[in-house]
Design a protein around this ligand. Structure first.
Ligand SMILES: Nc1ncnc2c1ncn2[C@@H]1O[C@H](COP(=O)(O)OP(=O)(O)OP(=O)(O)O)[C@@H](O)[C@H]1O
Ligand SMILES: [Mg+2]
Length: 243
């Protein structure tokens, strides 16, 4: 099969045999993961399991030592992070890193740098999805609440019209009401057809909205399967659901 083939079984994102780490530390020991078009995959695991490292390796922020990453059948493993963004991969980093001194609108426009011709149209779509961002579009992003900054970080990532969205702990540090709001946004994005790889420590919430779940333990996939089955799995319940 040629790399440009997009047949019915082409994954939106496919990770095969991925090894990555920092200096002499190997943090990921051969990860296989698949995200199908229109699907939401939850990646859960304890602190330090390697969730962020996996997202960094997928988006090219750290080099992988072995293995491959493909986006709709195209191998992007050797591409720069910028090229991966242009190929359709967009990541919301851990800790909602918005540009605090810049206005909400300028943060969004920066997110759309790869698609300058679509920016106005895309801005309007983001304001429809997140009305609070339109109200506050002229304010410095740093003045927004934590939940609003997380929405801004997600909207900024969506400005590039991603084919696959990577979210790193979007609910981290938010009050329960805001966590529900963020999950409602994630469900809406999935309904719009954006394939999402969602990293969460909030395993119950993530598996409840996901199609498929993966459990990462010290750099390896310990369990994976339909999200509903993982929710009922006693190994998952004992370790991650606080049951
Ligand atoms: N910049 C770094 N330099 C060296 N080691 C790192 C670095 N970042 C992470 N690590 C190590 O890599 C391993 C995986 O960390 P990672 O941040 O990917 O975990 P995580 O699952 O995202 O954890 P958390 O839930 O706390 O965000 C850990 O052992 C961590 O100490
Ligand atoms: Mg992390």
């Amino acid at each position: 099969m040629s790399t440009s083939d997009t047949t019915a079984d082409t994954a939106a994102l496919e990770v095969r045999g991925l090894f990555a780490g920092y200096g002499r530390i190997e943090a990921l020991h051969g990860i296989d993961l698949r995200l199908d078009p229109g699907q939401l995959v939850a990646l859960v695991g304890a602190n330090g399991a390697g969730k962020t490292t996996l997202l960094r390796a997928i988006s090219g922020l750290i080099a992988s030592r072995a293995g491959s990453v493909s986006l709709f059948g195209r191998d992007i493993s050797r591409d720069s992070p910028d090229k991966r963004v242009r190929a359709g991969l967009s990541q919301v980093l851990e800790g909602r890193q918005v540009f605090g001194p810049l206005s909400v609108q300028d943060n969004l426009l920066l997110g759309g740098y790869t698609r300058p011709d679509h920016r106005e149209e895309r801005l309007a779509q983001m304001y429809a999805l997140f009305p609070v961002l339109e109200e506050k579009r002229h304010l410095a992003a740093g003045t927004l609440s934590g939940g609003q900054q997380q929405m801004l970080a997600i909207a900024r990532a969506l400005m590039s019209e991603p084919k696959v969205l990577l979210l790193d702990e979007p609910s981290m540090g938010l009050a329960p009401l805001l966590v529900r709001e963020i999950f409602a946004v994630i469900v809406r994005l999935k309904a719009q057809g954006v394939p999402i790889l969602l990293v969460e420590q909030n395993a119950h919430a993530a598996l409840s909205v996901a199609d498929t779940g993966y459990v990462l333990e010290t750099g390896s996939i310990a369990l994976w399967g339909p999200a509903g089955e993982l929710l009922r799995d006693e190994r998952v319940a004992g370790a991650y659901l606080g049951v």
